[in-house]
Design a protein around this ligand. Structure first.
Ligand SMILES: [Fe+2]
Ligand SMILES: [Fe+2]
Ligand SMILES: [Fe+2]
Length: 432
């Protein structure tokens, strides 16, 4: 298999991403479906062409993705506060790095901007895309629906409010289009029923885009940012593991194609951590039994998320088996050495190597000798492969160099977004 021949369909990746988002927050995932449905109906009514409708609906299906890293729930997004733009910015910054979808980043960035420039100081200086105004309107309709009450009895109150904001918060023409499509009861019933999620599935099937190696790599980096940037402690972890694992794979004579896959697997190895609350990930001190049990789930979820893309093949196991041990006592699959792929054994060594070189609240970052001593001890206990630890020792400077370069780059990206993340502590939403 040559470089460049490894292709994946965009809709498989989106299925995979939406599955991951459902794991983190079923409420936000449901909200995304509702906003996507309303946006698509608005685009149709307004006569937008198929292409434009696709991208706006897709942006609507991901519009609050930044809230995942900021630990904001849908109730935090219900009211327009001074911080409401933080999650829009974070979402946009994530997507800007993923080339196949970077054209929807501006739509995410501005999805809480008022239509009338006077309503929002920043809007006077930027050209807010039409799609952002559509998503803003759709979003406000969706958040006003009280899911505990029958939807049809609420519609008049919601529309009355929207009408009072016609021409200020919302684009007047878009409000008119909403009033037209919302006259039929089925519009509201679709929003609160499973029909809203069908919209996304049908939409992705329409778009048949092949992604090649470089785009796939940027997809894995995009996912790793969503996971890692939830916590300053983890902000550079996945990129360090990715760089160390691919360097080690190259030394272990993996092919160029396999090294590239190892790099991608490294970026997504902890993807399942999306399902774990940051309060546990960042806990300062030893974990109790319950917390340890929750943490043990993360490689399982990595496996289940990545499994959506069959073309990933062995990469799924390399990523998800990184806490398995040669003696079969690892988690969560308890796979013994005989069935543990070498790629997964490399990932396990790279993960430990990277973690030991990272600072923790309870210890400083380790240096060469201390980290190698620990890894040789682990090899002796049949946790990890001793031959790989030896290869690591022989090529320590080279592997460590690539780890440092990669982690430095991640920290620069994190620092660029840092003011947004710092504010979540201020708001008491995270950073515990
Ligand atoms: Fe939002
Ligand atoms: Fe929203
Ligand atoms: Fe892990």
């Amino acid at each position: 298999m040559n470089l460049g021949e490894f292709t994946v369909k965009l809709d498989d990746l989106l299925d995979c991403l939406l599955f991951a988002l459902r794991l983190v927050s079923p409420v936000i995932a449901g909200h995304h479906h509702q906003v996507a449905y309303i946006s698509q109906r608005l685009c149709e009514r307004l006569g937008f062409d198929e292409e434009e409708t696709f991208w706006i609906t897709l942006a609507a299906a991901l519009h609050d993705i930044g809230a995942v890293s900021l630990e904001e729930s849908i109730s935090d997004l219900r009211f327009e506060t001074e911080y409401i733009h933080d999650h829009s910015l974070v979402g946009a910054l994530f997507l800007e790095h993923f080339v196949p979808l970077n054209n929807i980043a501006p739509l995410l960035r501005h999805h809480h901007f008022c239509w009338h420039p006077e309503g929002n100081a920043a809007a006077q200086e930027v050209d807010v895309p039409a799609g952002s105004h559509i998503i803003h309107l759709a979003d406000r309709v969706a958040v006003m629906i009280n899911e505990h009450e029958e939807v049809l009895s609420q519609r008049h109150k919601i529309l009355d409010y929207i009408k009072t904001k016609r021409g200020t918060l919302f684009h007047p023409q878009y409000v008119d289009a909403l009033l037209e499509i919302s006259g039929a009861e089925y519009f509201w019933l679709d929003i609160v029923s499973a029909s809203a999620s069908d919209v996304c599935e049908r939409l992705f099937e329409l778009k048949d885009v092949d992604l090649f190696e470089e785009e796939l790599l940027s997809w894995t980096k995009f996912l790793s940012r969503i996971v890692d940037f939830r916590s300053p402690l983890n902000a550079k972890h996945s990129s360090g593991v990715a760089a160390s694992a691919s360097a080690l794979a190259r030394i272990a004579r993996f092919s160029e194609q396999e090294c590239h896959m190892m790099l991608m697997a490294g970026y997504v190895h902890d993807l399942g951590k999306l399902a774990i609350p940051t309060a546990i990930l960042e806990k300062d001190g030893p974990l109790n039994e319950y917390e340890r049990a929750v943490i043990k789930g993360h490689p399982y979820y990595t496996y289940r998320i990545l499994q959506h893309v069959k073309e990933f093949g062995p990469m799924v196991q390399w990523a998800a088996f990184h806490h398995e041990r040669l003696d079969g006592s690892g988690y969560p699959f308890r796979i013994p050495e005989s069935r543990l792929p070498l790629g997964a054994q490399i990932m396990a060594v790279a993960d430990i190597f990277t973690a030991l070189h990272e600072e923790r609240t309870y210890r400083p970052a380790m240096e060469r000798k201390e980290s190698l001593d620990i890894m040789y001890q682990m090899a002796k206990e049949r946790a990890i492969n001793g031959d790989l630890v030896q290869l690591l020792e022989q090529n320590y400077d080279q592997i460590n160099h690539w780890r440092q370069v990669s982690q430095k780059k991640s920290m620069e990206e994190y620092a660029a977004m840092n003011p947004l993340f710092a504010r979540k502590t201020e708001r008491g939403l995270g950073g515990r």
